[in-house]
Design a protein around this ligand. Sequence first.
Ligand code: C2E
Ligand code: CA
Ligand code: CA
Length: 621
Amino acid sequence: MLNNMSFYNFMHKQILVLIALFASTATSYVFFGIVYSSYIIEPIWYLLVLAVSYWGYRLYRAYSDNSYTIEEKEKWLSKLRYFLFLYFSTWTIMFIVYVSRGNIELHYLAIFTQLGVSVVAATILVTEKKLAIFILTSSMLPVTIYLLLIGKFYAYVIAILTVILAWVLLYGSRNTYNYLLRNQFQAYHDYLTKLGNRRYFVELLEDAIKIQKNDSKYMYLLLIDLDHFKTINDTLGHDVGDKLLIEVAQRMKMLVKLNNSSVSRLGGDEFCILSLSYKDKDECLERAQDFALELLHLIKQTYIIDEHHLYISASIGLSIIDNPKMTASTMIKEADIAMYEAKSKGRDGVILFNDELSVRIERKLEIERLLHFALENGEITLQYQPQMNLNSEVIGCEVLVRWHNEQLGQVGPDEFIPISEQTGFIVELGYYIMEESFKTFSKWDVVGIKLNQLSINISMRQMFHTTFLEDVSKLCVKHLTPELSSKLVFEMTETSAAEDIGKLINIMNKIKRHGIRFSMDDFGTGYSSLSYLRQIPIDELKIDKSFISELDDAKKDINMVKTILNIAKNLGLTIVAEGVETEMQKDFLIKENCTILQGYYFSKPLNRDKFEEYIAVKIKK
Ligand code: C2E
Ligand code: CA
Ligand code: CA
């Protein structure tokens, strides 16, 4: 059906060409009428041509590519076919009139015109096979009959030639049609899977939205993205990847056929499915969810490709077409947002698009955009949270980044750090944080604020970046004495378990040459195992604040904190308790011999001036 889609537009354009051609050449018959003293038939015939032309013009005007649905276009086309038949037939009328007159010159004229009309029919009606045959026969047949009726040998030969001409015209037009069809197929289909491509899908979707607008029906859209497809491509090669895609497409096609929906490949490992329409929204939603689950199940079945047994899952975003104001691209975007949510929720699942999701994504995109300028606009500042020994003396501090944006207000690092990790901005941001805190550390040393340690949070992405080692060396040399460098602590989080541990250890060892120590942040919340802790060269453990806050809760098990403290002691690590908020927590940690304490009980994170004041007061005491 879709193959016809651009053909409607083609036919639409042809109407004007045809009207211009017929209405102008038909005037010559009025002229012949005057020359051969026939004043009635020709003008009447010409009026008929004009009337039919007007009908054609009305059809031309009525057509609208944008608001017509496929059904409406189909209806329009069938009217157009009547028009075309009538239009071409007007010439046959004139042919019969002229050959029935005695003057042989008029016979030649009529035959010539009729042949011309046939050629026009063959070229204009390329996309309308049946109509072309019908019209061609109806205009060539009278010529052939006329010749046969002459009853002479030469006329028989010409009659045969007219039949051959008709056949050649049809054959040529058929070839052109097939060529157009193949071209169109290539433009609308994916070479690998033979499914429709993005362009195909967008047109299909646009049409679906029109139907929704007219009949207020509901349809669903599934956006399917394979999980970790890239890994298969990278490890087993593109050939295997391609074969897997073909197989996945095949399975989808099979399932889609069963419920009359349609699947396309948007690109890469992304597929889209558009359903039939449903009268009821709840039914639509229910069907969508059932179908998506069935699809997930089917995709997960083993694939055997070149003797490899492969498994792959998919993440699916689902959106319902229920708003006539939607465009195809917003529809796809919604399903895309839902699909990304499915990915971040651990993949292999289905998520329905909703407004809350959209608000969150919008905010994320906004943060992403504004963060980009945060450094150059001077919106990033640093705070320092004191770290105490068991005698409540300040022995160090943790550097915590802050972002204030005019439009968004204060945005917490919990929100913007993960985003900058995803976008890669963390590399630039991390560099800035290091440089600023190094400068502060150096300045404090000069003015007599002597700390045992300055802890800086370092993201994994930042640490694995190619320039990290070089950056750290450069900044140490530029701003710090070797003695001060050896007081730095880099805090890293446990999520690193997923990273390449050999490479990580390598980087850490190189950093440690400056005397810089490492701390395992948020300990107890992540994935790190004891063996992991033993493998990587860390110096300090930070017990996550969630364990500390549980110390006040009589129902909770305080043994967890004791266990962590024991692990640290056994491994010979310094241990920092963060998030200390109450005296009771502090007393417990002192009793258990924790090394360093940090938290609101002592102080919130402070800007540089406030931190200096805080130290000054402490020293006076
Ligand atoms: P984190 O490294 O675990 O930092 C400790 C967080 O706990 C900080 O939140 C701090 O303000 C807060 N905190 C300190 N004491 C208490 C307390 O007694 N009670 C409570 N409820 N909270 C306390 P913040 O500054 O919002 O930072 C959140 C997270 O953002 C950090 O967690 C860290 O993962 C990340 N982050 C902050 N600054 C940086 C940075 O400069 N670089 C990188 N890569 N990440 C950073
Ligand atoms: Ca930290
Ligand atoms: Ca922490």
